[in-house]
Design a protein around this ligand. Sequence first.
Ligand code: PEP
Length: 248
Amino acid sequence: MNLRKHLIAGNWKMNGTLGSINEILKIDKLCSDYEVDIALCVPNTIISKANETISHNNLIIGAQNCHYKESGAYTGDVSAKMLKDAGAKIIIAGHSERRQIYKETNEIVNKKATSIINSDLQTIICIGETEEEKNMGLTKKIVCTQLENSMPSISDENNTVVAYEPIWAIGTGKIPSLKEIEVVHKVLRSLISEIKGIETANKMKILYGGSVKPNNAKDIFDIDDVDGALVGGASLKSEDFMDIINIC
Ligand code: PEP
């Protein structure tokens, strides 16, 4: 039986303004009854307001990215320490949109995750293969290389969550077969065991992300090594997001 407490994390991407705080409040009100950890990674501009207004029962507010330095001449950037100051408790590192659009390498993701952990925050490290890599049978190799190189040496089950997000499944409505998700999550857990030891591996959460919706969430959450989800599109509507939490 899977004894890891599940986490449902929403990723709002570049969506949401102060006017969206009402959606967060709806989630906050409904989520206090659930035995699930819930995070909403919102735009930096609303972290502070969101954090002030929620009840902090089992919902935390997070960010989607940060710079790996604490401060300095990096115009337009924001550090983990600054996001913590605004109220973030968790920060995504290495989302595929950051890796692909902004060319973030495993080394950069590792530095970002390190700075997040050193700021006493949790990080969600994202990994996942492209459709081309999947078709070439390279999924396991790609995700293991990404995880090995993106996960900091200081990562443990308390400060790090891994999110397997096949890039071709993000925002497309397509998902891998349940067997494929199961196999990848097993491979990732055994890699974490090799690197960090079996105790850490048994406790570290591995989320699935990529087109999780109310109509496929149950099947995905029934997979033994899936400890919750990173949810993009469906986290923008409180009804859909709450349906997914309810199913979890
Ligand atoms: C994501 O952006 O991390 C994501 C999983 O998006 P979606 O749920 O929309 O596929």
